[in-house]
Design a protein around this ligand. Sequence first.
Ligand code: FAD
Length: 575
Amino acid sequence: MIVHDVVVVGAGLAGMSCALETLRSGVKDVALISKVHPVRSHSGAAQGGIAAALGNSAEDSPEVHGFDTVKGGDYLSDQDAAAILCESAPEMIYRLEHMGVVFSRMADGRIAQRAFGGHTNPRACFSADRTGFAVLHGLFEQVVKHKVTVYSEWYLLSLVVEDRQARGVVVMNIDTGEIEVIRAKAVMFGTGGCGRAFKITTNAFASTGDGLIAAYRAGIPAEDMEFMQFHPTGLYRHGILASEALRGEGAYLTNGSGERFMERYAKERMELAPRDIVARAEQTEIDEGRGGEEDKGAVYLDLRHLGRERIMERLPQVHQLTLDFLGVDMVTDPMPIQPTAHYTMGGIPTDNWGQVVYDEQNTPLVGFFAAGECACVSVHGANRLGTNSLLEACVFGTRTGSAVARYVTGAHADGGGGVAALESTRQEAVEYVERRRAMDGPERLADIRTELKDVMMRKCGVFRTEKDLESLVGELAELRARYERAAIEDRSKRFNTELLEAIEMDHLLETSSIIVGGALARQESRGGHARKDFPKRDDVNWLKHTLAYRTEDGTPELRFKPVKITKYEPQERKY
Ligand SMILES: Cc1cc2nc3c(=O)[nH]c(=O)nc-3n(C[C@H](O)[C@H](O)[C@H](O)COP(=O)(O)OP(=O)(O)OC[C@H]3O[C@@H](n4cnc5c(N)ncnc54)[C@H](O)[C@@H]3O)c2cc1C
């Protein structure tokens, strides 16, 4: 058995921020686990920026940032958490800069800031269009410098909970295939989102909801999972992100006839309305036959008026991606785009210190913490504003680190218990993995994966209806049954990626059933959850969070938790 004081699973911005702050707060023995090398964590794909009301380009304040966040979230955000996020933002940017993160500058040397959807003022700090990459590398340098123990390419299988207390994790060393137990006084998850459940997505192969499912299977509910963000600008048919920074820099959205259609949906903010509104506008244009390309399935981003110099200075990566994947040079031609599954607003419920809570009364699951995209604190409510996620991962990752340190150095942390639970959970994980390795039925995993992603995109995408969601429940059950009759060919132990993909499909099937369960229950339209049969927001019945619990037969059961409203009474959203 491996033993550490603290084990952090996930080496994106949330996990690394937590690990570094835990060390800084005096805990010496912190382990960081990641199924990919830390700098391949998905945070590195973030392009457009990280929000903070620095006020460099226009007068700004954390108060306005906070209001924008709550309004953008369609009033489902917990307002105390949103205030913490926005008040902590300026200090976080300077802290990152002092760690060596290089931000793009204005002519006078101050940090440059650009506009983003739903933000009243330009407040996205950025490193060209490679912001996540810059921050991820900055944090990893610190991880190396401070000698955090890194388990790179180790795979989380289970969270061990005994007597409502986290005792450690069961992990697989991907290189050897050995399954190990890591005992720890505190466990933290920063395991990212689950966008891979959808056919068109910006998310990396690793975004399969593993941490969320490990927690769910250990009895912790999943909060607000019906809120999946569809980003308006994915490269047509690929889903790869064309950052909102393009619109921040001034790009137009046009339909198949070249019309700037946002005038009909958000007259004031136009292209810079929040993502849920823009994605619905695009999908409406496409569904009503006003799209472009052969099948009329795309709309366009037009940057030609910005000129080559600005595009190459501010957006070089997206320029190259568009050239590589679509063969379109955005300097000279409009680029075809479509909505793409992007961000998981829901997740493992936590309090404002990253302490995981498991019921309507916010009772803590002792010794278990989470932050970043796998968690739901909930700052983003029903719809995240662009650039608030990198910020959330850093701010709440760091706060969680200090809470972990307080817990581990406090009187109640118990590093000695749980041996029986650790061993029995390990044994269950060994049996589970062996069952997967022995899969030998007539079905192909690749077919099941393709069908899952296709059906989730079509029936639980930008627009949803009861009819579609109900039929989806049946289809997911069928896919689950077929999954249990599927085969894998590689039965080896070392670096068996086919086995890992089979495990991840299990996670995606379960995640999908949670998303669909919430989407079916929530009979209103709010933020990223748009029901054609219930087109209005319903604050009387639905101004509340959903908590999905796993039942015996694996289906989710919903309970509800109130939204924390401190300053801003819900109003109609107008942009
Ligand atoms: C293309 C793209 C562009 C984006 N641009 C922006 C932007 O400009 N601004 C912004 O604010 N947000 C942006 N976002 C969102 C933002 O990047 C993410 O929400 C954020 O980086 C998530 O960070 P995280 O630390 O929570 O998770 P991640 O960075 O996803 O890290 C997850 C970690 O968990 C590990 N992990 C997962 N499962 C396991 C397992 N089973 N075992 C072991 N380890 C595991 C992974 O290896 C990884 O280290 C963008 C997202 C995408 C997809």
